[in-house]
Ligand binder design. Structure first.
Ligand code: SF4
Ligand code: MG
Length: 324
């Protein structure tokens, strides 16, 4: 994903300049084969729009999305259809995305037939059974309807449907957010083991840093349409550098008897229509200084090329802030 932007012009009201919602504003990253990259941030930070743009569900305003050597943004419908099976999506609410009138077997057969994965009724039925078993459901589930299952089971069905076209990448948009804590853990474990087994790449979009820690390899933290920190899981979770990441992580309840002071941010997330000048986080940043109000910090590597941070603070100041 290279310098991706997604701006939504708003309907003109009055005579002022036209307002633009800068939902995604110059975001770049890569996801390797078999890797999970998590995109975290508060609601409204642009992470879902980013996911939808990567999937080709909405065209970017600028920038490019490359997939396995193919440029996939702005493809015409027939070409997009052909490449579509390689990237799939799982959303938050499985009930909304499963047809109430179709049997589970038919829901899973649809992508198998549409993408020509297997041919013939017998082969399709056999594959449907395998998909159900892969996600920990009995083969008999194929004769039932979505409403007969619990939330966690329905999400397993959505995962099976996403796996049906044998994708390389699955975008999970808040895929476990609506589930009970224990069910969340089961679904996350399932995703992690499927990823291992199938060599899948996952783009795991979530506001929940605690759950992200269980399955991700790398983390990108978004704030108001931009990535403010990106790096290996342990670096970001254990030694966060950006003041916003530090605040997010301080809000995650600690296990293992660790203690840390919670950093409470002042105010709400500003509107993405006219994001603050300079560093977008400066209106809430406890470390902000003059330069932050005028100059937008660019992502740069801090300490190791495995971690990029967009902040004007120097390394020593960031270390000081980590301890303080
Ligand atoms: Fe805070 Fe300034 Fe760093 Fe932005 S650039 S996160 S305002 S210290
Ligand atoms: Mg969202």
């Amino acid at each position: 994903v290279i310098s991706l932007k997604k701006h939504f012009p708003r309907p003109r009201t009055g005579f002022g300049p036209r307002e633009v919602v800068k939902a995604v504003d110059d975001v770049s990253f890569t996801v390797a084969r078999g890797e999970t990259l998590s995109i975290v941030g508060e609601s409204g930070c642009g992470k879902s729009t980013l996911g939808r743009t990567v999937l080709g569900l909405t065209p970017p305003s600028a920038g490019a999305v490359w997939f396995d050597g193919w440029r996939v943004d702005g493809l015409a419908k027939p070409q997009l259809r052909r490449i579509r099976r390689h990237f799939q999506v799982i959303f938050q609410d499985p009930m909304a995305s499963l047809s109430p009138r179709m049997r589970i077997g038919d829901i899973l057969a649809e992508p198998l037939i549409n993408f020509g994965i297997v041919e013939g009724r017998k082969a399709v039925d056999a594959r449907v059974g395998e998909l159900l078993e892969m996600v920990g459901l009995p083969r008999e589930a194929s004769t039932r309807f979505a409403h007969e299952f619990s939330g966690g089971q329905r999400q397993r069905i959505c995962i099976a449907r996403a796996l049906a076209p044998e994708p390389s990448l699955i975008v999970c948009d808040e895929a476990v957010s609506a589930l009970d804590v224990s069910v969340k853990a089961q679904i996350v474990n399932l995703l992690a083991s499927l990823q291992d087994r199938l060599g899948l790449s996952l783009l795991f979009i979530s506001h929940d840093l605690a759950i992200v820690g269980y399955l991700t390899h790398r983390i990108a933290v978004m704030y108001l349409g931009v990535v403010v920190e990106i790096g290996d899981r342990d670096l970001v979770l254990d030694r966060p550098m950006h003041p916003y990441t530090r605040a997010l992580i301080s809000a995650v309840p600690k296990t293992r008897g660790e203690t840390s002071r919670r950093i409470v941010l002042a105010g709400d997330v500003p509107s993405p229509i006219n994001p603050p000048m300079g560093c977008r986080f400066h209106t809430r940043c406890p470390k902000a200084f003059d330069r932050c109000k005028v100059e937008e910090p660019k992502l740069r590597s801090v300490g190791t090329p495995r971690r990029l941070v967009a902040c004007h603070l120097g390394i020593s100041e960031q270390h000081a802030s980590t301890e303080g």
